[in-house]
Design a protein around this ligand. Structure first.
Ligand SMILES: NC(=O)c1ccc[n+]([C@@H]2O[C@H](COP(=O)([O-])OP(=O)(O)OC[C@H]3O[C@@H](n4cnc5c(N)ncnc54)[C@H](O)[C@@H]3O)[C@@H](O)[C@H]2O)c1
Length: 331
C-alpha cells in the first residue's frame, strides 16, 4: 500500500483530498497541520473528523516550519509528499509579508529538504494562479514567461515553484507544481468570496463588491482539483512540471452573486466599493496541458458546484466525505 505525507491536511483542499484517497482503501496517509489561526481551529478539526476515524490515517499537529520535522517524521516511509500547507489568502499577505514568506517560502524549503534527506522521490506542490498576476494575455498557459505577481502571497508561491525546480535539478526529485485557480465547494475557506458572500446573504448583510462586479475568475470545483492532484501523482513525463488546474471557463463576480441568490433563495444587498490592491481583474486558464499529460477532466458545471457548496453550508459538518472517490479513482 502506498504511503503519502499530506501537509495542510486540515484545510479546505487537504481534507477533501485526504477523504477521497482514504475512501479508496489504497493508501496510507499521514497528515500534518499546525491549525494556523487564519480561520478557526474548530472548523479545521471538523474537517478532519471522518479521516480521524479511518484506520489508514494518522494526524500529527506539526508545522512545516518545525526545525525537527525530519526527526519527527523519520520513522515513516513515504512514496510521495503532497504539500498544501500554506498561509493562504492574497489580501492578508500585504500586511503580513514576513509571516507569509516564513511559512510559504522557508516552510516549503523545509519540506523539500525533508524529501531530499529521506530519499522521497515525488513532491506535488499546491501553487496558485496568482503567479500570473497582471499578465493581461489570457488564457494563461504554463509556458508563459510573463509572470507578474502583485502580492507577497503570489511571490511566495512563485518561490515554491522555483524551489521545486532546484530540487528536481540537483536531487532528481520528481516535482509537479499545480497552479490552482480559485477553488470553491464544500469546506471552502471562509475568507474566499463565495463563502463570504453566502454568509452575508444569509444574514441579510450587505455584500462588499470590490470593483464593478465585472471581474472575472476561473472558478474550479474542489472535486476537480482533487482529481487533478491525484492524477499528478502518476505523472512521469519529467522531473519538473507545472500545470494549471482550473475549469477553463471564466465567470463574472456579479453572476456568482446571482447564482448564490438563486441557490440560497434570498436576495443580496450589494455595496459597491473600489477595487482592492493585490486583486487582478481576470484569471483564466488554458488547461490543455493538464488534459493531455494528466488526463485531467474538470467535470463540474459552476451551477452544480454552487449548489454543492450551498448544500454543504446547510448541513455543515456532516461527518461524511462530500466528494465521492468513485468518479475520481477507479475501484
Ligand atoms: N483555495 C484556493 O482557491 C487556492 C488557490 C490557489 C492555491 N491554493 C493553495 O492550495 C493550498 C491549500 O489551500 P486551502 O484553500 O485548502 O487553504 P486552507 O487554509 O484551508 O489550508 C491550508 C492548511 O495549511 C495549514 N498550515 C498553515 N501553515 C502551516 C504550517 N506552518 N505548518 C503546517 N500546516 C500549516 C493551515 O492550518 C490550513 O489547514 C494552499 O497552499 C494554497 O495556497 C488554494
Amino acid at each position: 500500500m502506498k504511503s503519502f505525507l499530506i501537509t495542510g491536511v486540515a484545510g479546505f483542499i487537504g481534507s477533501n483530498l485526504t477523504e477521497v484517497l482514504l475512501q479508496s482503501n489504497q493508501y496510507k496517509i499521514v497528515g500534518i497541520d499546525n491549525f494556523d489561526l487564519f480561520y478557526p481551529k474548530k472548523t479545521k478539526e471538523n474537517n478532519l473528523l471522518w479521516c480521524l476515524a479511518h484506520p489508514n490515517f494518522e494526524f500529527l499537529n506539526l508545522s512545516i516550519e518545525d526545525q525537527e520535522l525530519e526527526k519527527k517524521l523519520s520513522s515513516y516511509n513515504f512514496d510521495a509528499i503532497i504539500h498544501l500547507a500554506a498561509k493562504a489568502g492574497v489580501r492578508p499577505s500585504i500586511d503580513s509579508v514576513e509571516s507569509y514568506y516564513q511559512t510559504n517560502i522557508i516552510g516549503t524549503l523545509n519540506i523539500y529538504e525533508f524529501a531530499r534527506k529521506q530519499g522521497i522521490k515525488k513532491v506535488i506542490f499546491g501553487s496558485s494562479s496568482s503567479v500570473y498576476g497582471q499578465n493581461a494575455n489570457t488564457p494563461w498557459e504554463e509556458k508563459d514567461t510573463d509572470l507578474q505577481p502583485i502580492s507577497p502571497y503570489a511571490v511566495s508561491k512563485l518561490s515554491g515553484e522555483s524551489t521545486a525546480k532546484i530540487y528536481a535539478h540537483l536531487h532528481q526529485i520528481s516535482t509537479v507544481s499545480l497552479r490552482f485557480f480559485t477553488v470553491y465547494g464544500p469546506r471552502q475557506r471562509p475568507d474566499l468570496a463565495i463563502h463570504k458572500f453566502a454568509n452575508k446573504i444569509e444574514r441579510g448583510e450587505p455584500i462588499p463588491l470590490f470593483g464593478d462586479g465585472k471581474t472575472l475568475r476561473d472558478y474550479t470545483f474542489v472535486g476537480d482539483i482533487v482529481q487533478g492532484i491525484i492524477q499528478s501523482l502518476d505523472f512521469k513525463g519529467s522531473n519538473f512540471e507545472l500545470f494549471n488546474l482550473a475549469s477553463g471557463r471564466k465567470i463574472q463576480l456579479i453572476e456568482v452573486v446571482r447564482l448564490l441568490e438563486e441557490a440560497l433563495g434570498k436576495k443580496a444587498i450589494i455595496e459597491h466599493l473600489p477595487p482592492q490592491p493585490g486583486d487582478v481583474s481576470e484569471t483564466f486558464a488554458n488547461i490543455n496541458k493538464a488534459k493531455l499529460a494528466l488526463n485531467y477532466n474538470p467535470s463540474f458545471s459552476f451551477e452544480n458546484g454552487i449548489q454543492e457548496f450551498v448544500n454543504w453550508k446547510r448541513i455543515l459538518y456532516l461527518q461524511e466525505p462530500f466528494i465521492s472517490h468513485k468518479p475520481i479513482l477507479q475501484n
